[in-house]
Design a protein around this ligand. Structure first.
Ligand SMILES: [Fe+2]
Ligand SMILES: [Fe+2]
Length: 134
């Protein structure tokens, strides 16, 4: 099922909202490949793109948090690091041909949208907005 951008994903910092939209586009591409039974090479390519996208995005979020002494920085950065670890493991599983990895990837991405972007990223919006960052 295609994920559409809605306000529940809105963090309120323009750059990060547009990066989150880019991530949703990649997740939709991942779902498309899974739904047509795409091969592991194709999956590996999109997972690599997701990994690179996240790595850059996380660095941007964390830099702004550090600049403004965001109180939840440590826990937030830990979430990011765990996600990158999990993605690397999925990539490894794709290389070794583990079939269940598609289920794991789909679950990982939908949890991320609900539990990280719609919750934890949304929380920093107000904090940054109060400091003049939109
Ligand atoms: Fe984010
Ligand atoms: Fe985040």
């Amino acid at each position: 099922m295609r994920i559409e951008w809605t306000d529940k994903f809105k963090a309120g910092v323009e750059k990060f909202d547009s990066q989150h939209k880019g991530l949703i586009a990649l997740i939709n591409e991942l779902q498309r490949i899974i739904s047509v039974g795409g091969d592991n090479k194709e999956l590996e390519k999109v997972v690599t793109e997701i990994y690179e996208h996240k790595k850059n995005h996380f660095a941007d979020e964390e830099r702004l948090m550090l600049d403004h002494n965001y109180p939840e920085f440590e826990q937030h950065a830990r979430d990011h690091a765990e996600m990158l670890d999990k993605l690397l493991k999925c990539k490894q599983d794709l290389v070794t041909g583990d079939k269940m990895v598609t289920v794991e990837l789909a679950g990982l991405m939908s949890d991320w949208l609900t539990n990280h972007i719609a919750e934890k990223d949304s929380r920093y919006g107000r904090f940054f907005n109060d400091r003049g960052v939109y």
